[in-house]
Structures are given as structure tokens and as C-alpha cells.
Design a protein. Structure first.
Length: 234
């Protein structure tokens, strides 16, 4: 096992699997529904244009669910890893559990449930700051309609330039709780691997892009990561 120190550039990519252990439901159920809604009805710009009230009810319910969840042992292990390395954490999750656990260098590429922004002036707000007029919230500055700060299907994820820069320089690329199906995140391991990084995956099952992974550890992040991180930093 490769050992790390404060100069070792480590990039971590996390997905729904690590949050599932905290009680956050995974991306979609086996029937193709997302918390009883079709993806097309709640997770596209067109859905928001068609029925913004439905979309807001959906994301407010997810936000309230996220407040009830607590970071688990997997989240906490990544905090320890950040304390001992040159660390960047990329997450596909929108629940902010990594930040709540104590991670500092977090790139939330799909946005976050706890914030929103104005569709006109682009001003951002955190949800406790906003109030709903009927079913919808409006901007305190320009009175434009607010929308959840979530990257929907058909939109470009956040921080892609910063992510590519981190991948090009990392020595270890650790993937936690992802299926290796959703792009562009599923392609990050290819970039890291081709540029010489050691690639490690922790997941219940082998991800779809496992051919680019050097070491695979089956199991829950909360069970596997604490020991794996200790082995890396010891």
C-alpha cells in the first residue's frame, strides 16, 4: 500500500453510496423513479419552466431530509485523510455532509440542496434566508424567481476546470460510493489513470469503469474507509 504525507496530492470522488449510509436515498430506485417522481419532472430545466412549484416542493423535501442525516464513519475518515495530505474532494452529492463532517476542500460539482439562486440576477441565497410567496420563492434584490442550486440534466457541472487541474496533478485518486456510470464524473478515473495516478475504489459492487481501477475494496464506505485511510497515513 502506498503511503502518503502532507505533500501527497490526493483527489477523492464520492457518489451516492457514501450518503446512503447516512440515510440519504440513492439517486434513483430500481423502477426508474426518484423519490416517486420521474427524472424528467423534477431534474431538468424544462421541468422547472413547466412546473416550478412541483420542483421546489421536491427539493425542499430533499433538503429537509438532508438536515436529518448525519455524517457517517466514511465521511469522517475523509476528514482524517484531508488532515494528512494535499487533498481535494469532488462530490456528486448535494447534501453537504462532507462539509458538515469537517472537510474543507470540497468541490460540489452538482450543486447543493442548501442554496438557491435567482434566475435573473444570479444572486445566491441559502435556504434559511428565503421566504416563499405562495408556492415559490423570489429574489430579495430583483424579485426574480429563485431556483434550487442544483445541476440538472442537460446542464454543465460546476468546477470542471478545477477538477481537471486536480486530476492532472494527483498521485492517488480514490473513488467512493459511485457506480461509474454517470458522466462526466465516471470519466475522471481515466484521466487520473492515464496521467500516472494510483486509482482506488471503495463500493458495494465493482463500478462500471473498474478496468481503470488499480485496487478495489468491496463494502460500505463506513466500514472500509477508516481502515484504508489509517493504512495510507500510517
Amino acid at each position: 500500500m502506498l503511503k502518503v504525507n502532507h505533500a501527497t496530492r490526493v483527489v477523492v470522488l464520492t457518489g451516492a453510496g457514501i450518503s446512503a449510509e447516512s440515510g440519504i436515498r440513492t439517486f434513483r430506485d430500481s423502477d426508474g423513479l426518484w423519490e416517486q417522481h420521474r427524472i424528467e419532472d423534477v431534474a431538468t430545466p424544462e421541468a422547472f419552466q413547466r412546473d416550478p412549484a412541483l420542483v421546489w416542493r421536491f427539493y425542499m423535501a430533499r433538503y429537509l431530509q438532508s438536515l436529518e442525516a448525519e455524517p457517517n464513519a466514511g465521511h469522517k475518515a475523509l476528514v482524517t485523510l484531508e488532515e494528512h495530505t494535499h487533498f481535494t474532494l469532488i462530490t456528486q452529492n448535494v447534501d453537504s455532509l462532507h462539509s458538515r463532517a469537517g472537510n474543507k476542500s470540497v468541490l460540489e460539482m452538482h450543486g447543493r440542496l442548501s442554496s438557491c439562486f435567482c434566475t435573473l440576477c444570479r444572486t445566491r441565497f441559502i435556504l434559511p434566508e428565503i421566504s416563499f410567496d405562495g408556492d415559490l420563492p423570489y429574489c430579495q434584490r430583483c424579485e426574480g424567481l429563485l431556483r434550487p442550486d442544483i445541476v440538472w440534466f442537460g446542464e454543465v457541472p460546476y468546477y470542471l476546470q478545477e477538477i481537471q487541474s486536480a486530476l492532472k496533478k494527483c498521485k492517488i485518486f480514490l473513488i467512493v460510493g459511485t457506480s461509474g456510470v454517470v458522466y462526466p464524473a465516471a470519466g475522471f478515473v481515466m484521466t487520473a489513470k492515464y496521467l500516472g495516478a494510483k486509482t482506488i475504489s471503495v463500493n458495494l459492487e465493482k463500478p462500471s469503469n473498474h478496468s481503470f481501477i488499480d485496487e478495489f475494496y468491496p463494502g460500505k464506505a463506513g466500514d472500509v474507509l477508516p481502515g484504508l485511510v489509517q493504512e495510507l497515513i500510517s
